[in-house]
Write a protein that binds this ligand. Structure first.
Ligand SMILES: Cc1cc2nc3c(=O)[nH]c(=O)nc-3n(C[C@H](O)[C@H](O)[C@H](O)COP(=O)(O)O)c2cc1C
Length: 191
């Protein structure tokens, strides 16, 4: 691939707010491609610590219930708001596919390396979604990583949930991206 094309493609990847994703179903074959891309992430010692659960269609009901329940568990009783719980339970229905980002390790490699590998897998997935013209975002708030949600996605107690990628057709053009100059983050040592 021509380097500038690759750079432009990387720059075109955006995180899209949930309200800018259409709820219409998408082809599971597109999710398969995203998962295959994820599986080509590097990992130290070839541990391949990424584990995914895909929620689509009616399968999202389990996620909806889990998000609502996680909200209940993490909210002190005096602050519990049924509307707040409903907001969480509604989220899975707003995008046609939700993919949990899980990590399972045998403890032989440092945890930060295993988490890095899962993050790269997630990024590969996001890049494939971009190439498919899908809107996508990694969401990692307190509910998206809650132990109850981790259990529902099928991770073992020793596993770790790092959030979800949701994806679907875009309902709006992507926002423009921006970065502070890379030169501000780099030192060159040449002699
Ligand atoms: C590990 C990780 C966790 C993230 N979690 C959230 C999140 O919980 N909510 C959110 O709005 N965006 C989340 N994002 C997306 C970032 O907000 C987004 O990448 C950043 O604003 C840059 O925008 P871009 O991805 O369009 O370039 C996360 C990104 C990463 C890498």
């Amino acid at each position: 691939m021509e380097p500038n094309h690759l750079l432009q493609f990387l720059q075109s990847r955006r995180s899209m707010p949930l309200k800018e994703v259409r709820p219409d179903p998408i082809d599971p074959a597109q999710i398969e491609l995203m998962l295959e891309a994820a599986n080509w992430a590097p990992s130290h010692g070839k541990t391949e610590p990424w584990r995914f659960t895909v929620f689509m269609g009616e399968g999202r009901r389990a996620l909806s219930t889990a998000f609502g329940e996680a909200y209940r568990r993490m909210t002190p009783p005096e602050k519990f708001d049924p509307m707040g719980q409903q907001v969480q339970a509604d989220r899975p229905w707003q995008a046609p596919a939700w993919i949990s980002l899980g990590m399972v390790t045998d403890g032989k490699m440092p945890e930060w390396e295993e988490m890095s590998a899962v993050a790269i897998a997630a990024h590969n997935m996001h890049l494939m979604a971009t190439s498919l013209g899908l809107a996508c975002k990694w969401t990692s708030g307190a509910i998206a990583i809650h132990p109850h949600v981790a259990e529902v996605v099928g991770l073992p107690p020793s596993g770790r949930l790092l959030g979800f990628l949701y994806t679907g057709l875009p309902a709006a053009p992507p926002p423009s991206g921006s970065r502070r100059p890379v030169a501000d983050k780099v030192r060159w040592v040449t002699a």
